[in-house]
Design a binder for this molecule. Structure first.
Ligand code: AHR
Length: 514
């Protein structure tokens, strides 16, 4: 039996744990002990010039037969509005360090094409650039997060981009913006200084990048400048960047961190839809591993920034499967099943529970790429199981994190074990408590004893995402298989709620004051 306080969540992949009796699954919500806010930016997204994310997925152009607003797909906009995107990161990803923003402004017929060297070597006509991206953000009511080019760009190019977008002084860049039809500056708070500069962003050493970072950040006058960070379990990069900026913390407001879950190997990742319980288990246990990796990076940040002024921005995360058979391997188009919904729930619970440091997260990616919210095929569109998790979790946006004590049984397969439950809780501005819980066991429903430390709350809402099969997914021209349904398997008595969490499910319970 393990008692797991979510703030010090421990994953035990092997060991001596005896399976718990079902009545020992317990959650206790401490309704008066909240102190940290779950930033809505944790529910952010990422849209790169990659495959069919931008072109086809978001942008079809004004002349397309697909209904659009100034070239942006209406169906996709409408769907995305349903999950209140708080922030959208663009233009990459690897693409960012090959992108020269001036090629993407002005009359479309004058824009030079660009070959997308990282993703399929396809030629893009640059019809989607700064103005189109910021138009999308305005339509969606989302905050833009722009990554500048460090790998193949210059400090001048980057600082001019910030000026072009945000300056209201009279200067060459604001004149150029006005000449291109935009009188008022846009409000863009978030600027990333490069992307994965240890890899596709220039294959730099950490110390070289750290020096460059300070140079770029000095001239990019933005409210939030975000340093490009390490990947999964590489703390050395974090150590170097934090150390190098320790006497210049006015230049760094965020530190980026990427975490992808690959079920097998990078060469053979595994099918998005055709998998067995072994692969389910492997994926879910690697999802949980995110917390350990995160904690390692946060401990380094704590050393240099004990007051937690610098936010950790998990600005790429999610499951990375093999591409769908027959599709361009460089386009990273994958389907999305109930397994991905569980993944989204686990990651988001982890981010919520560490919101004192995690200030933003951006799932990769919004449309048609990796763990997408939306898939399109010509004029058709579907919402994925991951979309529905983001819809369900809207309740946590800017809500106060409630400490949650969780004691749970293990999910055991082939003598390996991981916790069967993942959860987080928050209190919103109206005083409602929202608890999100995932049961990751695909075979077993779990009776759980939920205690609220205060008598005044009663359950006023409950939802579930589940399906009959662990690889259920939504497909074109078919009825949806995975979506949000009403959840009824609970019974409240005083401040105690007996909940039966169905196998492979994500549940939301909302409690209001009596
Ligand atoms: O999201 C796909 C790619 O993954 C991004 O371009 C890159 O930053 C990461 O390696």
């Amino acid at each position: 039996m393990k008692k797991i306080n979510l703030t010090i969540f421990v994953i035990i992949l092997s060991g001596f744990c005896f399976p718990l009796l079902s009545q020992e699954n317990k959650l206790i919500v401490k309704t008066e002990e909240g102190k940290d806010t779950i930033s809505k930016y944790i529910y952010g997204h990422f849209a790169e010039h990659l495959g069919r994310c931008i072109y086809d997925g978001i942008w079809v152009g004004e002349d397309s037969p697909i209904p659009n607003t100034r070239g942006l797909r209406n169906d996709v906009i409408e769907a995305l509005k349903g999950i209140n995107l708080p922030v959208l990161r663009w233009p990459g990803g690897c693409f960012a360090d090959s992108y020269h923003w001036k090629d993407g402004i002005g009359p479309k017929e004058n824009r030079p094409p660009i070959v997308n060297m990282f993703w399929g070597n396809v030629t893009e006509d640059n019809s989607f650039g700064t103005h189109e991206f910021l138009d999308l953000c305005e339509i969606l009511g989302t905050e833009p997060y722009i990554a500048v080019n460090v790998g193949s760009g210059t400090v001048k190019e980057a600082s001019e981009w910030v000026e072009y977008v945000t300056s209201d002084n009279d200067n060459p860049m604001s004149r150029l913006r006005k000449q291109n039809g935009r009188e008022q500056p846009w409000k863009v708070k978030f600027w990333g200084i490069g992307n994965e500069n240890w890899g596709c962003g220039g294959n730099m050493d950490a110390s070289y990048y750290a020096s460059l970072y300070k140079r770029y950040a000095t001239y990019c006058r933005a409210e939030y400048r975000i340093a490009s960070g390490g990947l999964n379990d590489d703390p050395a990069w974090t150590e170097t960047v934090m150390n190098s900026t320790k006497n210049h913390q006015d230049l760094i407001q965020g530190y980026s961190y990427h975490h992808y879950t690959v079920c097998n190997t990078w060469e053979k990742k595994g099918s998005a839809t055709n998998f067995d319980e072994n692969e389910w288990f492997k994926t879910i246990s690697k999802n949980f591993q995110m917390e350990e990796n995160l904690k390692e990076h946060m401990a380094i940040m704590d050393k240099y920034d004990p007051d937690k002024k610098i936010g950790l921005y998990a600005d790429e995360w999610g499951n990375w499967h093999d591409v769908e058979p027959g599709t361009n391997p460089g386009f990273l188009y994958q389907q999305n099943t109930l397994r991905d919904a569980l993944t989204a729930s686990i990651y988001l619970n982890i981010f919520n529970n560490h919101c004192d440091r995690v200030k933003m997260a951006n799932i990769a990616q919004t449309v048609n790429v990796l763990q997408a919210m939306i898939l399109t095929e010509g004029s058709k569109m579907i919402k994925t199981p991951s979309f529905y998790v983001f819809k369900m979790y809207k309740v946590h946006h800017d809500a106060l994190l409630m400490p949650l004590e969780i004691t749970c049984e293990d999910y055991v397969l082939n003598n390996q074990r991981i916790p069967a439950l993942s959860a987080s809780a928050s209190k919103n501005k109206e005083g409602q408590i929202n608890i999100t819980i995932a049961n990751v066991n695909p075979e077993k429903s779990i009776p759980t004893d939920l205690t609220i430390d205060n008598e005044k709350y009663r359950v006023t809402g409950s939802e579930i995402i589940t399906a009959d099969k662990m690889n259920a997914y939504n497909d074109f021209d078919k009825d949806e298989m995975v979506y949000i349904q009403e959840f009824k398997s609970y019974k409240q008595k005083g401040n105690n709620i007996q909940v039966t969490l169905p196998s492979k499910s994500v549940v939301l319970l909302t409690l209001s004051e009596k």
